[in-house]
Design a protein around this ligand. Structure first.
Ligand code: DC
Length: 335
């Protein structure tokens, strides 16, 4: 006996959509595995708890799967799981190498079966990029690359060496001897500068401003962009930054541009820094964010810019969950 697995998603909890999606999924499983209906022993469905309008098993019966046993069950709600998703296990009496079939939004469940996807999330500081990118990478089980951390590491290098961050020639020299590695421990990015884990050190407000300054220079950017493209070229990942959709990965499958009012962004950064034990003045932080925004968006080479085909989301009045839902909905519609 061989088990073939599959899944698909629907857009609304609607009887006809369920029928159509189930038929399509079963037909695809049959055709991709060269199965005849008489070889199917049973089909077991499970659907997410937001699907009530129809039993997938009933839809299968109507689609002509009459001789095998059919069963449907509802899954408990899982935080961060896919919405409106129907999964299937088909047991067949035939000795074949199974081809599992994941359609529509459910393609993200099996990165191994689908093409590589890159998700670009750009936007100014405090727009929610990293929180959302981390959550997406966790839910879709793909890598998260925080590109800001790379520019921060360059800035820290300059500060440690006592270099003037406004001195382009000195920075270009420093870049030649930069040893920067991005490593992952339990899915969490660690930024290693000259052999030392600087993941926390690069978060200080001093480094934030310096990162914005050093990232103006083409010699810094080119070096970082090359690394980013190399990582994104090898595997599915979510990258957050300023120019991912517009410059680093213009062909990324998904592009989002997050924004929020300066007040809200400053408040988020303030809360984040205070929680980490930094002493910060809210008004000063707000001014710093505004200075960074200006510098990041007016630099000559590859500035902070929305890609023409990016989906813009203003997160000012939205919870993390709401932003995440909207992004996933957009992705599921497009896949
Ligand atoms: O996202 P962040 O705050 O960690 O980024 C720090 C700085 O790095 C930001 O002010 C501008 C720069 N940066 C960039 O120029 N391009 C990127 N892709 C990411 C960050």
């Amino acid at each position: 006996m061989v088990v073939i697995r599959g899944a698909t998603t629907i857009e609304h909890d609607d009887k006809d959509e369920i029928r159509k999606a189930v038929r399509e999924l079963l037909e695809q499983i049959e055709s991709r595995n060269g199965i005849k209906e008489s070889e199917i022993v049973s089909i077991v469905f499970s659907s997410t708890s937001d699907i009530h309008s129809y039993y997938p098993a009933k839809a299968a019966r109507e689609a002509g799967f009459e001789s095998c046993s059919l069963f449907s069950a509802m899954e408990p709600e899982i935080d961060g799981g896919l919405n409106l998703c129907i999964r299937v296990m088909m047991f067949i009496e035939k000795n074949v190498e199974p081809h599992h079939v994941y359609l529509r939004g459910a393609r993200v469940l099996r990165k191994d079966l689908t093409a590589k996807i890159n998700v670009a999330i750009d936007g100014p500081a405090g727009s929610g990029k990293s929180t959302i990118a981390k959550a997406l990478s966790r839910d879709y089980k793909i890598l998260y690359l925080d590109t800001g951390a790379m520019y921060r590491a360059c800035a820290l290098k300059a500060l440690n060496e006592g270099a003037d961050v406004e001195d382009e020639a000195a920075l270009c020299d420093l870049m030649r001897e930069l040893s920067l590695a991005i490593e992952y421990v339990d899915g969490v990015q660690h930024t290693i500068l000259d052999g030392k884990d600087v993941s926390e050190e690069i978060r200080s407000p001093r480094v934030s401003m310096a990162a914005s300054t050093v990232s103006k220079y083409p010699c810094v950017r080119m070096k970082m962009v090359e690394k980013q493209r190399e990582i994104a070229g090898k595997m599915s990942c979510v990258l957050d930054g300023r120019d991912i959709g517009s410059y680093v990965l213009p062909d990324a499958e998904f592009k989002f541009f997050l924004t929020a009012s300066p007040e809200v962004r400053a408040r988020r950064r303030y809360d984040e820094l205070v929680a980490k034990g930094y002493e910060v003045d809210f008004e000063e932080l707000k001014r710093e964010i505004e200075r960074r925004d200006l510098q990041d968006s007016t630099r000559e080479f590859s500035p902070l810019r929305k890609a023409d085909d990016a989906v813009v989301i203003d997160t000012s009045e939205m919870s993390i969950d709401e932003v995440l839902k909207e992004i996933k909905k957009t992705m599921q519609e497009k896949i």
